[in-house]
Write a protein that binds this ligand. Sequence first.
Ligand code: NDP
Length: 291
Amino acid sequence: MANIISGTELASVIKKDIKQETDRLSKCGVTPGLAVIIVGDDPASKIYVNNKKKACEAVGFYSEEIALPADTTQKDLLAVIDKLNKRFDIDGILVQLPLPSHLNEKAVIGAISPKKDVDCFSPFNVGRVMIGDYRFLPCTPAGVMELIKSTGIEISGKNCVVIGRSNIVGKPMAMMLLNESGTVTICHSKTENLAQVTSQADILVCAVGKANFVTADMVKEGAVVIDVGINRNEDGKLCGDVDFEAVAEKAGYITPVPGGVGPMTIAMLMKNTLTAAKLNASAAMKKTGKK
Ligand code: NDP
């Protein structure tokens, strides 16, 4: 039976450290601030935004939710971002995705100042991850890296397979594993003989979005299996991409859903916001000549 890697426990340790650092910063007059923009009434997005707000409260950040109607125009949304870019009390700006279809997601993300792009979705910050010279890492893959590292297993030299090639999960995930010297294969919907590829993986990251997609025959004995997927099964229960019960019999380590990657994504968002606050504070001090 695999060891279960608890994202809930690891995230709580990370958030405790962030809270301590925040307390230290507030003594110097710096309170990290996160603005979350939500457009429309998507119920799942509302839950995610609420979780982010709660996490901010728990670590001592200032947070602000900007809820805009579903028919908000591109121009109005860009104007909101522009104002937030200029505010000194806001260190991080996040636009909850997906946006209503009339809005241009790329242009909206591109409008966030790279210094405040705590989701690390902007082309500038993604490029920095690509060359291994970054200030922020995208939250979900960063959380996955922490989960893998918590097992004590070296990534260097290992066969790492990522299923999924989205810009927010699969691609940066592969890049981060490569930055740690993993031998990385990216699979997607056009991959042939998927099970043959995945069963070579010492580390398998699944980010597909289909319940029970990864079955035991696709997994190598003793592998580390990280399940990024968030789905509902036929009973309406939250589940990942991995057939947990069967794969846990074969894997060495496995993350559950819920309680795996999800809480780590939020912890990494808090970490990025703290980093942004420190960078912004030191830039402001430089401007005023304070030490
Ligand atoms: P996308 O839908 O953008 O990407 C899914 C990927 O899966 C695509 O690259 C697609 O390939 C690939 N895929 C689909 N079908 C197959 C198949 N039959 N064989 C192999 N690959 C396949 O999703 P995201 O990357 O945004 O998210 C993936 C999952 O992770 C979702 O369930 C999402 O809810 C969850 N998620 C969880 C987070 C967390 O915090 N836990 C955060 C973000 C996402 P192709 O490119 O060829 O279409």
